[in-house]
Design a protein around this ligand. Structure first.
Ligand SMILES: Cc1cc2nc3c(=O)[nH]c(=O)nc-3n(C[C@H](O)[C@H](O)[C@H](O)COP(=O)(O)OP(=O)(O)OC[C@H]3O[C@@H](n4cnc5c(N)ncnc54)[C@H](O)[C@@H]3O)c2cc1C
Length: 397
C-alpha cells in the first residue's frame, strides 16, 4: 500500500546523524564493551547463560525502551532509535535477540493497539527492561503460511482456553510472558480471526522444550505446548476481538526493522575485522588488502551494507510517522540479511585458513548472519511480497 503525498511530507528521514544519535550509538557501544564485548558473548554462550548483565546495563540507562512513548517511561524516540541500539549491540560483537521481540514487536503492538489498562500494565516494565515478553507466531504445521495457524483459543466465560503448539520461539527462558497469536474457536467449531494474547510463561498447562541450534545467540529457541492454558479475556490485546489481525501486522514491521538492524551491526563488525586483517597480513610484498581480488569484494559488501542501513532508516522513519512501512521494512530486512552474509563470508575468505579458527570469532558470526536469510521472515517471502505489492505481479501460492 502506498502512502499519500501528505503522509510522506510528514516524514522526517534523518540522514545526517544528530548529536543525540551519535551519543546513543557511542553509549550503547561503550556499555557493550564494558560488559566484555565479544568475549562476554562467547562466555555466555559457552556456559549456557543468559545475557543478564548486558540486558540490565542497557536497561538501566533506558536504551531498551528508547522506542516506546515517554508517558510509559520510554525514550519517545521511536524505532529510529531502537534500530540504532540493535545495530550497535551486534556491531560490538554481542547479541540480544530479545530486543527484537520485547520492546520492538510486543512493545510496539501494545503501544499502538493495547487498551489503556494494558498499556498501563505492560509498557512501563517493557520500557524499563524489567518485564520481558517473547512473541510466538510460528507453528510446526503452518510454517510460513499463517492462514494455517491452528493454535486455538476457545472462550469459556471470562477467560479463554488455549491449545496448540508454537515452535522456534526465542528467549522463553528469560521472559515473564509470551505474546501468542492464536485463533478464536467459533461456536461452529471453525477457527476464526487471530487473537493476540499475553500469556504468563508460568501458566499451568504450558510446557517448553529446548531446540538446540547452530546459531551462537545468547537467547535459546523453544517449542511451546499449550494444553488448555487458561488466559483471562482481558489478556487479549486490543479493544475488540477483531483488532488482532491489524495489531499482528503492525508488529511485523518493527520485527523486520530490528532484524535488519541486527544484520547491519553484524555486517559492520565483519568488515571491521576483515579490513584490519587485510591491512596487517602480508604474504607477498604488500598487505593482502592491496590485492583487488580481496579489496573489491570487501568494497562491494560495504556498499551493499550502507544501502541496507539507509533502507533500514527509511523503514524506521516511515513506521515512526505512522504511514505504511511494509515495503521498506521488508526491503531493509532482505538487503541487510544479504549484506551481512556477504560481509561475514568475505571476512572469512580474507582470513584464509584463520577464517575457520575459533580464535578469530568469524565462525561464531556465520550462523547468526545466515539466520537472517530465514528468520524472522524468509528471503523468499520477502521476494513474494515485493513481487506482489511493489510490482503488482500475481501470487503463485
Ligand atoms: C533461531 C530462530 C529464532 C526464531 N525466533 C522466532 C520467534 O521468536 N517467534 C516466532 O514466532 N518464530 C521464530 N522463528 C521462526 C521463523 O520465523 C521461521 O522459521 C521462518 O519464518 C520460516 O518459517 P518455517 O521455518 O516454518 O519455514 P517453512 O514455511 O516451512 O518454509 C521452508 C522454506 O520454503 C520457503 N517457502 C515457503 N512458502 C513459500 C512460497 N510461497 N514461495 C516461496 N518460498 C516459500 C521458505 O521461504 C523457506 O525457505 C525463529 C526461527 C529461528 C531459526
Amino acid at each position: 500500500m502506498s502512502a499519500t503525498a501528505e503522509e510522506i511530507s510528514a516524514v522526517n528521514l534523518p540522514i545526517v546523524p544528530t548529536d543525540e544519535e551519535v551519543e546513543i550509538r557511542a553509549a550503547v557501544r561503550g556499555i557493550c564493551e564494558r560488559v566484555g564485548g565479544p568475549e562476554y558473548h562467547r562466555r555466555i554462550v559457552a556456559n549456557d547463560k543468559s545475557p543478564t548483565e548486558l540486558w540490565n546495563a542497557l536497561a538501566e540507562k533506558g536504551y531498551l525502551g528508547v522506542n516506546l512513548p515517554e508517558r510509559y517511561g520510554g525514550g519517545g524516540l521511536g524505532m529510529h532509535a531502537l534500530q540504532m541500539v540493535g545495530e550497535e549491540i551486534s556491531a560490538a560483537g554481542c547479541s540480544l535477540l530479545l530486543i527484537v521481540v520485547s520492546p520492538a514487536i510486543v512493545g510496539s503492538i501494545i503501544a499502538r493497539h493495547g487498551t489503556e489498562a494494558q498499556r498501563d500494565e505492560w509498557l512501563p516494565g517493557i520500557a524499563a527492561g524489567t518485564t520481558k515478553v517473547a512473541f510466538a507466531i510460528t507453528e510446526p504445521d503452518a510454517g510460513t503460511n499463517s492462514h494455517n495457524l491452528s493454535t486455538a483459543a476457545t472462550r469459556d466465560g471470562d477467560k479463554y482456553r488455549v491449545r496448540g503448539t508454537k515452535t522456534y520461539i526465542s528467549g522463553v527462558e528469560d521472559v515473564d510472558a509470551i505474546l501468542v497469536i492464536a485463533r478464536k474457536r467459533e461456536e461452529d467449531g471453525t477457527l476464526g480471526l487471530p487473537l493476540l494474547m499475553l500469556i504468563d510463561v508460568d501458566s499451568p498447562g504450558l510446557e517448553k522444550q529446548h531446540i538446540p541450534v547452530a546459531v551462537k545467540a545468547s537467547d535459546k529457541q523453544w517449542t511451546l505446548f499449550f494444553d488448555d492454558v487458561e488466559v483471562p479475556a482481558d489478556r487479549v490485546v486490543g479493544e475488540s476481538e477483531t483488532a488482532g489481525l491489524k495489531a499482528a501486522f503492525d508488529g511485523l514491521n518493527p520485527e523486520r526493522i530490528m532484524g535488519a538492524s541486527v544484520s547491519n551491526g553484524v555486517g559492520r563488525r565483519a568488515l571491521e575485522i576483515a579490513a584490519a586483517y587485510a591491512n596487517e597480513r602480508v604474504v607477498w610484498k604488500t598487505p593482502i588488502g592491496a590485492h583487488q581480488g580481496l579489496s573489491h569484494p570487501l568494497a562491494h559488501a560495504k556498499i551493499e551494507l550502507e544501502l541496507a542501513r539507509l533502507m533500514t532508516q527509511k523503514a524506521a522513519a516511515l513506521y515512526d510517522a505512522g504511514v505504511p512501512a511494509g515495503e521498506p521494512a521488508n526491503m531493509a530486512k532482505y538487503a541487510a540479511a544479504e549484506a551481512a552474509i556477504k560481509c561475514v563470508d568475505q571476512a572469512i575468505q580474507t582470513h584464509g585458513g584463520n577464517g575457520f579458527a575459533l580464535e578469530y570469532g568469524l565462525t561464531d558470526m556465520y550462523w547468526g548472519a545466515r539466520l537472517a536469510r530465514t528468520a524472522p521472515v524468509s528471503r523468499e517471502m520477502i521476494l513474494n511480497y515485493v513481487a506482489e505489492h511493489s510490482l503488482g505481479l500475481p501470487r503463485s501460492y
